[in-house]
Design a protein around this ligand. Structure first.
Ligand code: SAM
Length: 294
C-alpha cells in the first residue's frame, strides 16, 4: 500500500466571467473544493499517492477547461501545488532554521536593531506571499543543507548559480549570501517572480541576484551550480536543458521527489554524465547533489 499525501491546489482566476460555474465544481475526481473566495481563490484538496499528483492536476485543469475557463489557467492564473503541511504553515511567523546554520527571518525582522538579529548568525529575510519556499518543506531544507556542504568546500564563493523554480527565491538568495558571484533565479509562476524580486531586494542582493520568468530553454552559457527543486514531471521534462546549462565538473542539486523515485532520477542523470555525491533524505523527501563528470 503506497503512502498517500494530502495535496492542496489553489486556483486564482484573474477574470470573473465563470465565477458561479467554478463554484459548482465542488467535487472532481479525487478533488474536493474546501475553500473559496468567490472570483478570487478556489482551494481544492485531494488525498492521493504522490505519483498520481500530475494526473490528478491534469484532471482538475481539464474540468476548468471544459467550463470554458481555460484562460484562467493558461493565461496568468496561478496554480499553487502544495503538500498539506505547507498549507498549515505557510506564513513565516518567527525565525526558522533551514540548514545547520541558516535561518529564515520574517521580513519585518529587518526593522529590528541588528543586535537583536545577529544571534541568528547566517540569515535571510523572507516573505512568501503565495509562492513556494518559506523554508518549511523538507526538500527546501535538504537543498539548503547541500548548499552549506558546497560552501564548506569553498565551492560557492565566486561561482555562477542557476536556481530553476525559485519560488520565494530562498535558495538563490542563500547562495547569493554565501558569496556566489551571480545568481539567476527562474520561475514560471508570476507570484513567485513578484515575491522573489521583493525578497532579493530585502536582502540587499539586487546587484547580483536576478529573478526572471525566462524559459530555461533560452538560458545560455554554463553554470557552476544548478539548483532544481521541482516536481518530478517538471524535473524530468527539463532534464535535457538542466544538463545543457551545467558546466563540466559543475554541481547539480535535484529535489522535489520522494525516496521511491530516487533510483530512477539517479539513473536518468547518470546516463547524462552526472554522478551522485551526497543524498539527503528528510521525511521521505530526497535532495541530491550530483557532479557532472563528462
Ligand atoms: C517546489 S518549488 C521550489 C521553491 C524553492 N526553490 C524551494 O526550494 O523551496 C518549485 C517551483 O518551481 C516552479 N516551476 C514549475 N515549473 C517550472 C518551470 N518549467 N521552470 C521554472 N520554474 C518552474 C514553481 O512555480 C515553483 O515555484
Amino acid at each position: 500500500m503506497k503512502e498517500k499525501s494530502g495535496l492542496f491546489v489553489q486556483i486564482r482566476p484573474d477574470i470573473t466571467y465563470p465565477i458561479n460555474l467554478l463554484e459548482d465544481v465542488k467535487r472532481i475526481g479525487p478533488w474536493t473544493l474546501v475553500h473559496l473566495q468567490p472570483g478570487v481563490e478556489y482551494t481544492y484538496y485531494a488525498h492521493i499517492e504522490m505519483r498520481a499528483w500530475d494526473k490528478a492536476l491534469l484532471l482538475l485543469q481539464k474540468a476548468f477547461d471544459d467550463l470554458g475557463a481555460r484562460a484562467l489557467v493558461s493565461e496568468g492564473a496561478s496554480w499553487q501545488v502544495m503538500p498539506q503541511e505547507r498549507f498549515r504553515q505557510r506564513s513565516i511567523e518567527g525565525p526558522k532554521r533551514v540548514g545547520n546554520n541558516w535561518y529564515v527571518l520574517p521580513k519585518q525582522y529587518s526593522r529590528l536593531p541588528i543586535d537583536q538579529i545577529k544571534r541568528y548568525g547566517n540569515f535571510i529575510y523572507l516573505e512568501s506571499g503565495w509562492a513556494f519556499g518559506e523554508g518549511f518543506h523538507p526538500t527546501t531544507i535538504g537543498c539548503v543543507h547541500l548548499l552549506e556542504m558546497l560552501a564548506s568546500r569553498q565551492l560557492i564563493e565566486g561561482r555562477k548559480v542557476l536556481d530553476i523554480g525559485t519560488g520565494t527565491g530562498i535558495l538563490g538568495i542563500i547562495a547569493g549570501k554565501m558569496g556566489a558571484d551571480t545568481v539567476l533565479c527562474l520561475d514560471v509562476d508570476p507570484e513567485a517572480i513578484r515575491v522573489s524580486k521583493k525578497n532579493v531586494a530585502s536582502n540587499g542582493l539586487s546587484h547580483k541576484v536576478v529573478v526572471s520568468s525566462q524559459d530555461l530553454r533560452s538560458v545560455k552559457g554554463f553554470w557552476d551550480i544548478v539548483l532544481s527543486n521541482l516536481t518530478p514531471s517538471v524535473l524530468t521534462g527539463l532534464s535535457n536543458d538542466i544538463v545543457r546549462v551545467t558546466s563540466y565538473k559543475g554541481y547539480l542539486v535535484v529535489s522535489g521527489f520522494q525516496k521511491g523515485l530516487k533510483k530512477s532520477f539517479e539513473a536518468l542523470f547518470k546516463k547524462k554524465g552526472f554522478w551522485p555525491d551526497t543524498t539527503i533524505t528528510k521525511d521521505g523527501w530526497v535532495a541530491q547533489l550530483l557532479v557532472r563528470q563528462r
